[in-house]
Design a protein around this ligand. Structure first.
Ligand code: MN3
Length: 236
């Protein structure tokens, strides 16, 4: 967008925030996955502009940073992004933040789907939720509390613990996640559902009302994907 175009758009009252140019991608071993739906498809919970900026700017930056880090440390690209997160204690804070950012966002896009298309928890997952949380309502209440009380920036998670053989709700600061070997051992496991509670994930529509964002977000959970993740996690 040229300066003249910006002035014209501004004079016409157009919001340029609607169409940010995507961040150019740095070539390298890590790639930015496309959103699996149109950016406006989650409007029951998240507005289109937030989705575009979040994916094309924030997630792209984590991928680009990781590709730049891989120039000096090619070994970070060897075992895949999940494996890198599992052994993150061996690496710098820069690798930790960007490897977490890439893994977390890649998961976040797929555990969401347009309202009404995400299916429902499988019988297997429902039974485990009832066993570990009594009911779906109480799971949501525990999860919502973890998401709303995470101070500053971070994530809320539903995690299968292969060692404890149960589902757990946790939250992590910054771009940490339950795969990481720097997270307390009792909170490590296989993430099956993730919620980004950084302000960049919700501020345009919700401003300070994180609780409203969390409440709406349940309308766009992709249970079909969560079910698959649960089945895969249990086989680990
Ligand atoms: Mn984010």
């Amino acid at each position: 967008m040229t300066k003249t175009a910006l002035m014209i758009a501004s004079a016409l009252g157009l919001s340029l925030a609607q169409t940010p140019a995507p961040t150019p991608l740095t070539p390298g071993p890590f790639g930015l996955p496309a959103l699996p739906y149109a950016p406006q498809a989650l409007s029951a919970a998240i507005d289109s502009t937030t989705m575009v900026i979040h994916h094309d700017k924030h997630h792209a930056a984590y991928v680009n940073n990781l590709n730049n880090l891989a120039l000096a440390q090619p070994e970070i690209a060897k075992g895949g992004i999940e494996n890198l997160n599992r052994h993150i204690s061996k690496y710098s804070m820069a690798v930790r933040n960007n490897a977490g950012g890439h893994y977390n966002h890649s998961m976040f896009w797929t555990v969401m789907a347009p309202a009404g298309t995400g299916g429902s928890p499988s019988a297997e997952l429902k039974a485990q939720i009832d066993k570990d949380f009594v009911s779906m309502d109480s799971l949501k209440s525990v999860f919502n509390k973890a998401a709303s009380t995470r101070f500053g920036s971070g994530w809320a998670w539903l995690v299968w613990s292969p060692t404890q053989k149960k589902l757990m709700v946790t939250s992590t600061p910054n771009q940490d996640n339950p795969l990481m070997d720097v997270v307390p051992a009792a909170e490590q496991g296989e993430p099956i559902l993730a919620l980004d509670v950084w302000e960049h994930a919700y501020y345009l529509r919700y401003q300070n009302r994180r609780g409203d964002y969390i409440g709406s977000w349940w309308n766009v959970v992709n249970w079909n994907d969560v079910n698959n993740r649960f089945t895969a996690a249990k086989s680990k």
